[in-house]
Design a protein around this ligand. Structure first.
Ligand code: FAD
Length: 512
C-alpha cells in the first residue's frame, strides 16, 4: 500500500514522446539542484511510435530552454529549429467585397497611449502613414516577418534578442535531444512495453507491470502515453471531456515538403483557413511542415488531401500517401488523480491552432515543481494543481473557439463552427462587452498563454470591431496618435536596416 504521507523521491514517467522527455528533463534538472534528490525513470515502448508532429512553440519556450541549461545554438542545431515571431492568419474572415483578410498575432504588445489601449486610437483615426494594419501600425513585427528578418542581431548572446521570439522545431529531433540530455543528467531509461498497473485498495498505483522487465514499484507516475491515455484514463478511469461541442476539427493530415525558397523563410507560422478547417505552414530549418486540420463531418480524407496538396502546390508530392491523424480534442476531468498525473496528449489536446500543447507540458512540469509533494501527496496539493491545469486548458479552449466563432466565412463548415457549437459562458459575456469596450486586462481569466492584447489583435484582424462605436474614443486626440505612430515608423526603419535576414541568422546559429 502507498504511504500518502511519504516524501516523493522517485518519479516514474511512462511514454517517450515530447511529453515524456520534456517532463523527465525538467524534473531531473529542477528537482536535483539543491540537497534534495529525486530519481526519475522513463519507460518507453520500443514498438509504439510517437505521434511525430508538433512543430510550433509559444513565447515562454526560450525561457524554459535557458532554465534547463541548454545553449541556444545546440538547441537550434539538434532540433532543426527556426525562429518564430508571430502567427499569421490568412482568410479566417472575408471583407465586404468577399476577399480574404489576413492578420498577424505577434508576441509583443501594442501598448497604451495616455493610459488608453492604442487599439482605440487605431479604431478612431485609422492607419498612419504606410501602415498596413493595426499590428503594423503599433509594432515592428509585421514589417519584420514580411521582410523575412531575424529577431536578433548576429553575435547577440544566447536567448537575447531585439524582438521577442520562440521557435519552430522538428518534433522527433527535439524529443531525441531532450532524451539525450535527460539521460546524461541521470534519468533512468527503460525500453519496454507497459502492460498494466497494480493498484492498492484505495486505488493508488503501487507498481507498473512491463512486458519484459516485470514489476516496477512506483511512488508517483506520470502518464505520457499519448492519445490513448493508458494509465490515467484507462486504468484510473478518469473521464475524458471531449470538446466536440465547442470545436469541430477532428482530423489532421501532416505533409513535410522541401522549402521553395529557403532564403526568404519568414519567422512565422501561417494558418490559412480552408473549406473545412485550416492549413498550417511551418518552416523548420531542413524543410517545411504543412498540414490540414479539418472536420471529418465536412470533408473526406481524399478531398482533404487534395485541398492540402493544391495549397502546397509541389508537383513532387502528387503521389504521397500521408498519415491521417485522428485528433482526440478535449481534456481529462482532472490531470492529477491519487498518485498519477497525465500530461501531453494523455491529458488533453485543444487542437493545434495556437501551438499550445508543448506549453501545457511545460506548465505541468512547472506546477508539479511548484506544488512538489515534499511531505506526501495531499488533497490540497492535488486540488490546487487540478484547478490551475483546468484553467489553463479552458483558457486555450476559449481563445480557439473565439477564433472560429468570429469568422464570417460562408462555407457550411464555418457556419457550423459558429452556429452549431457551445460558446463558453465567459467568452460569450466578453464578446458582448467587447462591442462597447476593447478587451482589457481585467476581462480575461487565467492569463497563461493569452493576455487581453492577444484578444485585441485577433478581433481587430477578424474585423470584429468594424462599425462599433466605442464611447472611450471621445477622450482621444489625434496628435497623440500621430506622435506615437511616427515613433513606431522610425523604429521600423531602424530595425529594417539593422536586423539580419532570418536565413542569415539561422545559417550563423546552425553553423553553416
Ligand atoms: C496535427 C497536430 C499538430 C500539432 N502541432 C503542435 C504544435 O504546433 N505545437 C505543439 O506544442 N504541439 C502540437 N501538437 C501536439 C504535439 O504533437 C504533442 O503534444 C507532443 O508531440 C507530445 O506528444 P506525447 O508525448 O503526449 O504523445 P506521443 O508522441 O504519442 O508519445 C506517446 C509515447 O508513449 C509511448 N507508449 C505508448 N504506449 C505505450 C506502452 N504500452 N508502453 C510504453 N510506452 C508506451 C510511445 O512509445 C510514445 O513514446 C500537434 C498535434 C497534432 C495532432
Amino acid at each position: 500500500m502507498i504511504d500518502m504521507n511519504e516524501r516523493i523521491d522517485d518519479i516514474t514517467i511512462v511514454g517517450g514522446g515530447a511529453a515524456g522527455w520534456l517532463m523527465a528533463l525538467s524534473l531531473v534538472t529542477m528537482l536535483n539542484k539543491g540537497e534534495s534528490k529525486v530519481k526519475v525513470t522513463l519507460i518507453e515502448s520500443p514498438n509504439i511510435p510517437t505521434i511525430g508532429v508538433g512543430e510550433g512553440t509559444v513565447t515562454g519556450f526560450p525561457r524554459l530552454l535557458r532554465q534547463l541549461g541548454i545553449k541556444e545554438r545546440d538547441f537550434l542545431r539538434r532540433s532543426d529549429a527556426t525562429y518564430k515571431c508571430a502567427g499569421k492568419f490568412v482568410g479566417w474572415s472575408v471583407d465586404k467585397q468577399g476577399n480574404d483578410r489576413s492578420f498577424y498575432n505577434p508576441f509583443n504588445n501594442g501598448g497604451y497611449i495616455n493610459g488608453f489601449e492604442s487599439s482605440y486610437y487605431y479604431h478612431k483615426f485609422g492607419p498612419h502613414g504606410d501602415a498596413k494594419s493595426y499590428v503594423d501600425n503599433v509594432l515592428p513585427t509585421q514589417m519584420m516577418v514580411e521582410n523575412a528578418l531575424g529577431p536578433k542581431e548576429i553575435g547577440q548572446g544566447d536567448y537575447d534578442s531585439v524582438m521577442p521570439y520562440t521557435y519552430h522545431l522538428h518534433a522527433h529531433a527535439f524529443s531525441k535531444q531532450m532524451a539525450h540530455i535527460a539521460q546524461k543528467r541521470g534519468v533512468v531509461h527503460i525500453l519496454d512495453d507497459f502492460v498494466d498497473a497494480d493498484l492498492d485498495e484505495k486505488g493508488w498505483i503501487t507498481a507498473l507491470n512491463l512486458k519484459e522487465k516485470g514489476k516496477v514499484p512506483v511512488k508517483l507516475v506520470i502518464d505520457c502515453t499519448g492519445f490513448k491515455g493508458l494509465i490515467l484514463q484507462q486504468i484510473m478511469k478518469e473521464p475524458y471531456q471531449e470538446f466536440g461541442n465547442h470545436l469541430l476539427c477532428d482530423r489532421a493530415i501532416p505533409v513535410p515538403h522541401p522549402h521553395r525558397d529557403i532564403e526568404k523563410m519568414r519567422p512565422c507560422t501561417t494558418a490559412t483557413a480552408k473549406s473545412a478547417g485550416w492549413i498550417f505552414d511551418v518552416p523548420i530549418y531542413s524543410r517545411m511542415g504543412s498540414g490540414y486540420v479539418y472536420s471529418s463531418q465536412f470533408k473526406s480524407e481524399d478531398e482533404a488531401l487534395h485541398e492540402l496538396l493544391t495549397h502546397i502546390n509541389d508537383p513532387e508530392l502528387k503521389d504521397v500517401t500521408p498519415q491521417v491523424i485522428k485528433m482526440k480534442v478535449g481534456r481529462v476531468r482532472n490531470t492529477w488523480v491519487k498518485n498519477c498525473i497525465a500530461t501531453g496528449l494523455a491529458a488533453g489536446f485543444v487542437e493545434p491552432l495556437e501551438a499550445s500543447a508543448i506549453y501545457t507540458i511545460e506548465m505541468t512540469a512547472r506546477m508539479l515543481i511548484t506544488y512538489f509533494p515534499e511531505k506526501g501527496i495531499t488533497d490540497p496539493i492535488i486540488n490546487r494543481f487540478n484547478q490551475v491545469m483546468n484553467r489553463m486548458y479552458d483558457e486555450i479552449l476559449n481563445f480557439i473557439v473565439m477564433t472560429y466563432y468570429t469568422s464570417n466565412r460562408p462555407e457550411p463548415f464555418w457556419q457550423a463552427a459558429r452556429n452549431d457549437i457551445d460558446i463558453p459562458p465567459l467568452l460569450q459575456e466578453n464578446l458582448e462587452l467587447w462591442k462597447e469596450f476593447m478587451p482589457s486586462a481585467h476581462d480575461v481569466e487565467g492569463k497563461f498563454l493569452f493576455d487581453h492584447w492577444d484578444y485585441i489583435s485577433l478581433l481587430n484582424g477578424q474585423g470584429y470591431f468594424e462599425g462599433v462605436q466605442f464611447p472611450t474614443e471621445k477622450y482621444l486626440a489625434k496628435p497623440d496618435w500621430v506622435k506615437y505612430s511616427q515613433k513606431m515608423a522610425e523604429t521600423k526603419r531602424q530595425l529594417r536596416r539593422h536586423l539580419p535576414s532570418h536565413y542569415e541568422l539561422l545559417k550563423h546559429m546552425h553553423g553553416g
